[in-house]
Design a protein around this ligand. Structure first.
Ligand SMILES: [Zn+2]
Length: 360
């Protein structure tokens, strides 16, 4: 049985393990207002392993979607504990971001303190907000007041009809591409930059601004077959970033192998797009890695459950407890085999990232 001690059941526990494994090389960005459920302070913590002025940097981060950070945190801590720093060449550094969205991480939910999906929040708020007419149509459907099997079955029936009418791609765009008009909806991108958005930008400027070759892996859970990880590469086909991802992690890094969506949405405001845009002087390779948990319908159900919990759950405390447990299993499975797979696979692709950035 593998050592699963890198996994945690609270934000404070995960943070303590990460800080200990990365010590002393950690900078802290504290959330000025919000706290965790037990009043704990919230931070984006950034560990710099290797020279601060390294020209080649592999960055990896977790918790863009709050609760999904439990497995990403374990992956980063495990890599540090396994002696990852000793496996690095001298002119490269690894920069690890712990808890992009610490509020969601601590409260075991996907969104920020303003119900914002941080991975739709990196848009230019000085311009008119993106419009998602498809979501406008779905909003009433996916935001039920009551949560029970009959209601959920009915929602999926209506979603199927919508999908058949508009096609897979338009369905994905509508459902989870991101929307900016319904603050009490799902995949809400917000009406202003979140604290977590600003903290990430500051950290990138401060710790990566001097690097010339930078790669970034944003760790998630949800999409993909259980016990496996999938890559989401958004560099245009044939571009240098696309070719680097393919050279470092293989064909599956770019061909969407294993992705459980029939058509992926055109996401707006993602953290990996923002990452590359923030470093125009550097050659960047940015990729999402998802540890698969449930079939797509299960993840969709969880997305709607999260929204129900937030806006209706307080009226039904007993049911809310049960839905919360089901929700947590969808993004942070407790099954030991699943957790073992996260550790073994992340060790390998993080080391491959280090090797890749070292020889570009
Ligand atoms: Zn995610």
């Amino acid at each position: 049985m593998a050592d699963l001690s890198a996994f945690s059941e609270s934000y404070a526990e995960a943070r303590a393990k990460f800080l200990e494994a990365a010590a002393p090389a950690v900078a802290h960005y504290r959330h000025p207002q919000a706290n965790g459920p037990s009043g704990e302070k919230l931070f984006l913590d950034v560990a710099v392993i290797g020279p601060a002025d390294a020209p080649r940097v592999l960055a990896a981060g977790c918790g863009t979607h709050g609760i999904e950070g439990y497995s990403g945190s374990a992956a980063l801590t495990h890599w540090l504990r396994s002696g990852g720093a000793q496996r690095m060449p001298r002119d490269a550094a690894v920069v690890l971001f712990h808890a992009h969205n610490p509020w969601g991480f601590a409260h075991k939910t996907r969104t920020t303190e303003e119900n914002v999906d941080l991975n739709r929040n990196f848009i230019d708020f000085s311009r008119p907000l993106p419009v998602n007419r498809g979501y406008d149509e779905l909003h009433g459907m996916v935001t039920p007041e009551t949560w029970n099997e009959a209601t959920i079955r009915n929602i999926f029936k209506e979603l199927d009809a919508f999908r058949q009418r508009v096609g897979e791609k338009a369905f994905s765009d509508a459902f989870n591409g991101g929307q900016y008009a319904h603050a009490d909806g799902i995949y809400y991108g917000g009406e202003r930059a979140q604290w977590a958005n600003g903290a990430f930008r500051r950290a990138v400027r401060e710790h990566l601004g001097r690097a010339r070759h930078v790669a970034f892996i944003d760790l998630h859970t949800g999409i993909g077959p259980r016990y496996e990880h999938v890559y989401l590469c958004f560099h245009p086909q044939g571009s240098p970033g696309y070719e680097r991802a393919r050279a470092w992690w293989g064909e599956r890094a770019v061909n969407r192998a294993g992705v459980t969506h029939k058509a992926l949405a055109a996401y707006s405001g993602t953290i990996i797009d923002a990452f590359s845009a923030m470093l125009p002087e550097a050659e960047t390779t940015a990729i999402v890695v998802e540890f698969g948990t449930l079939p797509r319908e299960g993840v969709q159900r969880a997305g709607m459950a999260q929204r129900w919990l937030r806006f209706e759950g307080a009226k039904h405390p007993e049911l809310a407890n049960q839905v919360q447990r089901e929700y947590e299993e969808a993004f942070y499975p407790s099954e030991p085999r699943w957790r073992e797979c996260v550790l073994a696979q992340s060790l390998e692709f993080l080391d491959r990232g280090v090797a890749g950035i070292s020889y570009v």
